[in-house]
Design a protein around this ligand. Structure first.
Ligand code: ZN
Length: 147
């Protein structure tokens, strides 16, 4: 088990030190901000959505390694995906974080890849908010982008 935890820690640190899709997108991309005052985490998500597809996604922000690594993993997971797929991935992630019950609405075969490295976070409930920040900000952004 400790080997797996070491691997997870490495994946998280890798995304923290070398974030994917970090930066901004110019308008008309939407920009949505989220924060987790408990920990001091801040995330901005830039979204370029058209024809029901997330063409591009970037993020900026600062905060703890969990919040920043999770946002990096999220952008890598949703870039180029359809909105339906993105919502399914987000739902699957929240199930992993035990925020949402398995109600059969998300296909169990949604692949989370690197994101599964965050499942160790569930043992530290205070950190779940850090891990979910980028995802909630993404979902808010999607709602804006589609409006
Ligand atoms: Zn945090």
């Amino acid at each position: 088990m400790s080997n797996l935890e070491d691997l997870y820690r490495e994946v998280i640190l890798d995304h923290y030190r070398t974030p994917r899709n970090k930066g901004e997108l110019p308008p008309p991309a939407t920009c949505t901000e989220g924060s987790n005052p408990l920990c001091g985490d801040e995330i901005k998500i830039f979204l370029d959505v058209s024809d029901g597809v997330v063409n591009d996604v970037r993020f900026t922000g600062h905060g703890c390694s969990i919040s920043q690594a999770s946002a990096s993993m999220m952008t890598a997971a949703v870039k180029g995906k359809s909105l339906d797929d993105v919502r399914a991935i987000a739902r699957r992630f929240k199930q992993l974080m035990t925020i949402e019950e398995h109600d059969g609405s998300a296909p169990a075969d949604v692949k989370l890849g690197d994101i599964e490295a965050l499942q160790g976070v569930v043992k530290y409930p205070v950190r779940i908010k850090c891990a979910v920040l980028g995802w909630n900000t993404l979902l808010e952004g999607l709602a804006t982008a589609q409006a």
